[in-house]
Design a protein around this ligand. Structure first.
Ligand code: SF4
Length: 88
């Protein structure tokens, strides 16, 4: 169970930050994004991480398994109950 501060349980704490903040959206960046998402998939705090990134309008990087473009789409979801991380 995640602790009070979800960052304490982040699976990416010791990961290469370049994976989560790739430069560009093509070539090597695609590999980095894929690697970051794999780490997020196994992360026990993926839901609160994604919620935090959405609520705070974080513009860059992979957070909660979502890229900035994917988060932009998620932010357009009008009703909080349609968001899979709601209530967590
Ligand atoms: S969901 Fe991904 S970016 Fe968020 S804390 Fe976990 S590993 Fe890090």
């Amino acid at each position: 169970m995640p602790g009070v501060n979800w960052r304490d349980d982040a699976a990416c704490r010791n990961a290469d930050p370049d994976l989560f903040f790739p430069i560009g959206k093509a070539g090597p960046a695609l590999y980095q994004i894929d690697q970051a998402k794999r780490i997020c998939q196994a992360c026990p705090v993926c839901a609160p991480c994604l919620a935090w990134a959405l609520e705070n309008g974080v513009a860059s990087g992979v957070w909660g398994g979502a890229t900035e473009d994917e988060r932009r789409i998620l932010r357009r979801t009008p009703e909080p109950e349609h968001r899979p991380w709601a209530g967590r």
